[in-house]
Design a protein around this ligand. Structure first.
Ligand SMILES: Nc1ncnc2c1ncn2[C@@H]1O[C@H](COP(=O)(O)OP(=O)(O)OP(=O)(O)O)[C@@H](O)[C@H]1O
Length: 639
């Protein structure tokens, strides 16, 4: 055993264990009392306690280790080190358990808590997040209580690293207290390429306090958002049904799947028959929407001119146009225009205008019709979004040409996008119409759409007086003014600016709502950010734990630093309660992993599987063990 390397001392199995704080006068650690009954796992006391890492206190009755570079021999007087009771057999001989703790943490002062505790399995095996409760009392970690001047803080947080006023990084594995990007480990991809950047101590890495269980869902994105995103992802990867007879490859797009019914009555796009497919691009692997117009023969290549203009428009309320081509892959001549794909979107017509399917209510055979009426707030949001899209298009010298409930898609919560842009420009290229007149028609189509949405009927414009009466019943006079402005046959040309004058203060409400939505989403994103870190930690555990062999050593994963990792894994995942039932407590797992990731000084007691040995170890030390073992694997891979 190399002197100075070893961090463990254990009393012989028979000796009573006592751990006392220096200033404390009463011994509180009980010797294991002979019990006539067979003790349960949770009651049986450990025979050996090994303190791993640094402690300031010294007492004859203690088993301790005080690593110091000045005094490399950790052997206390009259104490014979023995690992045999604490560690697996192989580790006795091997120079193992070398704590690869950053030198900063070795030399920095650690204010140890009064080490006064009873070896009490019922406490350590409870679902409490941080080992023996006495520790909790004495050393409750306060992430905000650190000293910016680098002095030792009240919590004994050695991150501040002594008196240099230099902030140490909890992620530092290099020993000099700063992030060492040269020796970064291969999982820490986020730290790459910033070698000149010195990060200050990041106490906010300790984002997880021991939380009440009710808060545990804050670690995850909220249920409704997760459900929606998962559904979208599932939709993207649904495979097309076999036997549709669609082309295998269509000018670099494959896996075609129709997004609408292709049998029975064919859907029309104006006077053309069109079908919408989802397909995957061979270039970037992303899904796109292909709108195919059947029996269309291109008269001249110039008809694709507008498509180029459309493909330059990027607007949050317009479905982006990517490209257009003609093909004979479906049999006859077809025009195909490619758009961005927004999974699980619905047309306004599907969401608000078409009659909803009737439902049975409360198990009775009573039919109930769903109320499809749009709230005024939602209606204003739709009006503003369409107006905004219209402005971008008119400003680009184009006209929308189709503003219809069946061509405006709801792609997210209250979020609409206009689809099928540019296609009419290609289809009607030969007609050569005046753009100003076409832009005026956009206003009229927009007005009709507002009436259809207010009255939840497509044919509402057949009787304008009735439509106006219906609209007035359900909506404010401001909505009526906007709708009438849009459909009016003005003697002078209408402009999009006039429309925005009418919309006025509603814009501010929409703007505020949109910022609130961004804030909410950022909040959700924050919780996932934490999970990413935990996944990286779990991956490291996966690489290390139970590895059958490494460097021709079949016991690699069970010995040395890895033994601590194994016991830590047991501490996190395999605890049982006083009745021997598994503790399945996500809060405990998340808290432990977050503390490990932050590398806090808080100590926990790890108990060997035979329950004969305890190891007192800090999260910081476990973190060093994980990094060292993982780096070893990384080196092995390179070698
Ligand atoms: N860019 C897109 N991303 C995702 N889905 C889309 C996209 N464009 C269209 N869809 C979906 O394809 C389906 C068919 O679209 P289409 O525009 O033909 O609507 P429709 O209701 O069938 O209209 P029509 O009555 O004019 O045929 C709709 O359910 C629509 O949600």
């Amino acid at each position: 055993m190399a002197t100075g390397d070893l961090a463990f001392f254990a009393r012989p199995a028979s000796s009573a264990v006592k751990i006392v704080a220096p200033s404390n006068t009463h011994d509180t650690l009980t010797s294991p009392k002979p019990s006539p009954k067979k003790e349960s796992a949770a009651q049986r006391p450990c025979r050996n306690i090994v303190i791993y890492g640094s402690c300031k206190f010294q007492d004859k009755g203690c088993i301790y280790y005080h690593p110091s570079r000045d005094n490399p021999s950790p052997v206390p007087p009259n104490e014979s080190p023995s690992l045999s009771n604490a560690l697996p057999a192989q580790s006795v001989n091997a120079p193992v358990f070398v704590p690869k703790i950053p030198s900063a943490s070795l030399t920095g002062t650690v204010s140890s808590p009064p080490l006064e505790f009873q070896v009490d399995h019922s406490q350590s095996s409870s679902s409490s997040s941080s080992g023996p409760s006495n520790y909790d009392d004495a050393e409750s970690y306060d992430p905000y209580a650190y000293d910016l001047n680098g002095n030792d803080d009240a919590n004994g947080d050695s991150f501040t690293g002594g008196s240099h006023g230099m902030q140490l990084n909890p992620y530092d594995q290099s020993g000099h207290g700063m992030l060492d990007y040269e020796t970064q480990n291969p999982m820490d991809v986020f730290y790459g390429g910033q070698s000149s950047f010195v990060r200050q101590q990041l106490n906010y890495h300790l984002y997880s306090q021991p939380l009440p269980e009710t808060l545990q869902q804050r670690f995850f994105v909220s249920d409704d958002i997760r459900e929606e995103l998962q559904k979208r992802s599932e939709t993207i990867y649904t495979a097309p049904a076999p036997g549709l007879g669609l082309p295998d490859d269509l000018q670099g797009y494959h896996s075609l799947m129709p997004l609408e019914n292709t049998t029975g009555e064919r859907r029309k796009f104006g006077s053309w028959i069109s079908t919408v497919y989802r397909a995957v691009s061979s270039k970037d692997g992303m899904p796109y929407v292909l709108r195919r117009v059947e029996n269309f023969r291109l008269s001249s290549q110039a008809a694709f001119g507008p498509i180029e203009k459309w493909s330059r428009i990027r607007h949050p309320n317009i479905i982006s146009v990517r490209e257009a081509f003609t093909t004979r892959a479906f049999g006859g001549d077809s025009l195909v225009v490619v758009y961005d794909y927004h999974p699980n979107s619905k047309t306004l017509s599907e969401a608000h205008v078409k009659p909803k399917s009737s439902q049975f209510q409360n198990g009775h055979n009573r039919l109930a019709t769903q109320d499809t009426r749009i709230s005024e707030r939602t209606l204003w949001s739709y009006i503003i979004q369409i107006a905004s899209a219209l402005k971008a298009v008119h400003d680009a010298g184009l006209s929308m040409r189709v503003i219809d409930a069946s061509k405006v898609l709801i792609t997210g919560k209250n979020r609409i996008r206009i689809s099928s842009c540019g296609i009419v420009d290609v289809l009607m290229h030969d007609a050569r119409q005046d753009i100003t007149r076409l832009q005026q028609e956009d206003f009229t189509m927009f007005g009709r759409l507002v009436f259809s949405l207010c009255c939840t009927s497509m044919g509402v414009m057949n009787d304008l007086q009735k439509a106006i009466a219906n609209l007035s019943k359900g909506y404010s006079s401001d909505v009526k003014s906007v709708a009438l402005f849009l459909i009016s046959k003005a003697t002078t040309f209408k402009t999009i600016g006039q429309l925005f004058d009418l919309i006025g203060s509603r814009l501010l409400t929409e703007f505020n709502e949109s910022q609130n939505a961004t804030d909410r989403l950022e909040g959700e994103l924050m919780s996932e950010l934490e999970n990413g870190r935990l996944v990286r930690l779990l991956c490291k555990f996966g690489f290390i734990n139970e590895r059958p062999e490494f460097a021709r050593d079949a016991r690699w994963s069970e010995t040395g630093d890895r033994y601590i990792i194994k016991l830590f894994r047991d501490y996190v995942f395999h605890q049982v309660d006083e009745h021997g039932r598994p503790v399945v407590n996500l809060s405990h797992v998340l808290t432990c992993l977050n503390k490990l990731d932050a590398g806090v000084d808080e100590r926990i007691m790890l108990i060997s599987r035979d329950e004969q040995s305890c190891l007192v170890v800090s999260y910081k030390e476990v973190k060093a063990c994980v990094s060292s073992a993982f780096n070893e694997l990384g080196m092995g891979e390179m070698g």
